[in-house]
Design a protein around this ligand. Structure first.
Ligand code: GLY
Ligand code: MN
Ligand code: MN
Length: 439
């Protein structure tokens, strides 16, 4: 079940309540040029989507708690047969009201002339500066005009404030409807990983495996990949954001696949699995795989209310560093190695991120000095890895890496929801035991 109109309405009511007497201007995403006059497929801005469910470019939503008779106003591209014959259906102003719950709707072209009037009486203006170049000058000039008139009108917004803290606090805590959508994204993503393991074999090109994964996303009704799928054989897996996916798969190498789907309403999956292309781990591959899996299990075990993302990361790092010392890839005492960061040539990223409408979802990880405590409804990825290559120098005092370890890149990533009693691994259907990775 997709998120219902009632849920969008409830989100708006909560946002309006939290705004107090501040008006918010929340723009939709624009179309983005791919090359020449060709555009990328449209991707709505997640803040705008979260509050409206309106999936067209160029719109602007106003939230006006000081105008209780029409607190939700949408500016949209109006109905226009000659534009729609080229670019597709638009809901227009009438649809914005009847289908999307706007109290009033106007053509987008009227924003400049109407904005000042709508903002009149608000104590402040919530708008994210620096991100919306076509809307920002309109907001600033409406506010400037208010300030110019303030001595006689007796009112003007006192400041521009960031909408992010308010809105992103809401987005960070997922409701049950959202968790259902994330479970669906996880289901499709997990199935694609199971499929990829069946398809991959020596001699195939990485992008042939990518095709199988993304075919499954589309066949299951998802919008497509949530981010550039990473299908990385052998040493390519040591490039964290490898997306060229254009090398042949070799017997004896591992294949790292980091891929997840985005649903029609933008909820995302984000899964990484790593397995031997030829069906059997080498001794070194198996040793590192077991280590990453143990680190991931220790990190997932930390996910519970009251813990925080830094503890989750620390748990993974402790297991990895201890294991690397045992394998002779690091030398020294574990606490000291962790403190000095002497493992970072082998594990150079954090262990996870929030997940939701954005793959790297919004929400603070720290508030000042304090890590944000996990609460039921928060969803994060847990994705430790090890990447053994020559790309980064071995820190002073650490052992040179023997050739037999090089070209091994492993990451294991699951999507984990915090529950009242601990956690739920949303992506558990993607197998990850070492035995399941072999054939
Ligand atoms: N796929 C992006 C990430 O794992 O963060
Ligand atoms: Mn991730
Ligand atoms: Mn990922």
């Amino acid at each position: 079940m997709v998120i219902s109109a009632t849920v969008f309405q409830q989100r708006r009511a909560l946002f309006l309540e939290r705004l107090g007497a501040v008006a918010a201007v929340i723009p939709a995403a624009p179309l983005v040029t791919h090359h020449a006059d060709v555009e990328h497929g449209f991707r709505q801005h997640s803040d705008f989507w979260y509050l409206t469910g309106f999936d067209e470019p160029g719109a602007v939503a106003l939230f006006l708690p000081h105008r209780s008779e029409h607190p939700f106003v949408l500016f949209v591209e109006p109905k226009d047969p000659s534009a729609e014959v080229w670019h597709g259906f638009r809901w227009g102003c009438e649809g914005a009201v009847t289908q999307f719950g706007a109290d009033l709707a106007h053509p987008r072209a009227e924003l400049a002339e109407r904005l000042a009037e709508y903002l009149k009486g608000a104590e402040g203006i919530a708008f994210r500066v620096g991100r919306h170049p076509s809307v920002e000058p309109l907001v600033l000039s409406a506010w400037a005009a208010q300030l110019d008139r303030a001595p006689r009108s007796g009112q003007a917004a006192l400041g521009l404030v960031a909408p992010c803290p308010l809105l992103h606090q809401l987005r960070l805590r997922k409701t049950e409807d959202e968790l259902e959508r994330l479970r669906e994204a996880a289901r499709i993503s997990a199935e694609a990983h199971e499929l990829a393991r069946q398809v991959a074999r020596p001699g195939l090109n990485e992008r042939q495996v990518q095709a199988a994964i993304e075919q499954h996303f589309l066949a299951q009704g998802a919008r497509g990949p949530a981010y550039g799928s990473i299908v990385a054989g052998g040493d390519n897996a040591c490039v964290l954001h490898y997306t060229s996916n254009n090398a042949p798969l070799r017997d004896g190498d591992l294949l790292l696949i980091d891929a997840g789907c985005s649903l029609s309403d933008y909820y995302n999956g984000d899964i990484t699995r790593t397995f031997p292309v030829g069906g059997r781990f080498s001794a070194e591959q198996r040793a590192l795989y077991d280590l990453v899996l143990a680190a991931q299990q220790a990190a997932i075990a930390c996910v519970q209310p009251g813990a925080d993302a830094e503890q989750v990361h620390a748990a993974a790092v402790r297991v990895l560093v201890g294991g690397l010392v045992e394998l002779g890839l690091l030398q020294g005492e574990v606490d000291g190695l962790i403190e000095q960061g002497a493992y970072r040539h082998l594990y150079m990223h954090r262990t996870g991120h929030w997940l939701g409408l954005d793959v790297h979802d919004v929400g603070a990880y720290r508030l000042g000095e304090h890590p944000v405590p996990l609460e039921p409804g928060m969803v994060l990825t847990v994705e430790p890895g090890l990447y053994v290559s020559d790309r980064l120098p071995v820190p002073d005092g650490q052992p040179a890496i023997d050739a037999r370890w090089k070209g091994i890149g492993i990451r294991i990533e699951d999507d984990v929801a915090v529950t009242s009693s601990g956690h739920e691994v949303l992506t558990a259907a993607a197998l990850k035991s070492a035995e399941a990775m072999e054939r």
